[in-house]
Ligand binder design. Sequence first.
Ligand code: ATP
Length: 297
Amino acid sequence: MTAVHVTAPAKINLHLGVGPLREDGYHDLTTVFESVALHDDLTAEPADDISLVIHGEGAHDLPTDRRNLAVLAATELAAYTGTRAGARLTLTKRIPVAGGLAGGSTDAAAALIACNRLWNTGLTTGELDKLAAALGSDVPFCLHGGTALGTGRGEQLTPVLTTGRRHWVIAIADTELSTPVVYREVDRLRAAGHGHYHDDPAPLLAALRVNDTDAIARHLHNDMQHAALSLRPQLTDTLEAGLAHGALAALVSGSGPTCVFLARTEEHATTLAERLRASGTARAVHTGSGPAGADLT
Ligand code: ATP
């Protein structure tokens, strides 16, 4: 087997309902994920041991040992299968680090897919799902991509029936947000009586089924947005700039600080992205349609 190349798409949450803190330290979630066409690239080549080289967005600040989720995923897969083979991983990052787009999780999923193929382990999808869930709550979704409902801590997935494609504009902030810190802020705000669990994505799911863009725009929702804005008030300017320039809807992606905007068409997304760039309220602005598929087979 020579090199295996896998695309690792970012995810956004079209609905993110955060339940109360559980005894195991996680929150119950009701979320609708969608993978979008903003992606990292991962290549796995035959080698004697597992190593990682990173290029691109945030490359200098990321670890290349087991603290990197791509290396951890390859190491866990090797341990599970008992293979003695290694892999030289090369990762090209475009997804911002700690941006609320599941960059690390999608790299972990890509490493599972690439090494599973490189080592010809013959694992079933179910076995890969279990390994993915142990690596992180978002990793099982990243393994499959598409549009899916996530429950539990986000790892229990049901595919969402949907037609057509959606056109997103993705505004990258010049700051990071740590996911655990944003969860703590959600808990703090809830304790002070602000915000509650939005656990019913049914109206959004109905809109997705028929790809009714206006209804989708109305039902996009993020329970973490309040906390992300409390920690990074300047994101309000980004959201307002997008709406002022014609976005159908604007919301913080996951735990932030990335902001996403729904556009009506691909052309509309391109124009909106240009205007947002000119507004100076984001470090970088991308367009990306969804759902983008992961490369499981
Ligand atoms: P999520 O949306 O799943 O909460 P995120 O997009 O906010 O995640 P990540 O980019 O996954 O955040 O990074 C979170 C932390 O994970 C960073 O502090 C980073 O050091 C670590 N990390 C480990 N491996 C990676 C990787 N391959 N890419 C990015 N971050 C990684």
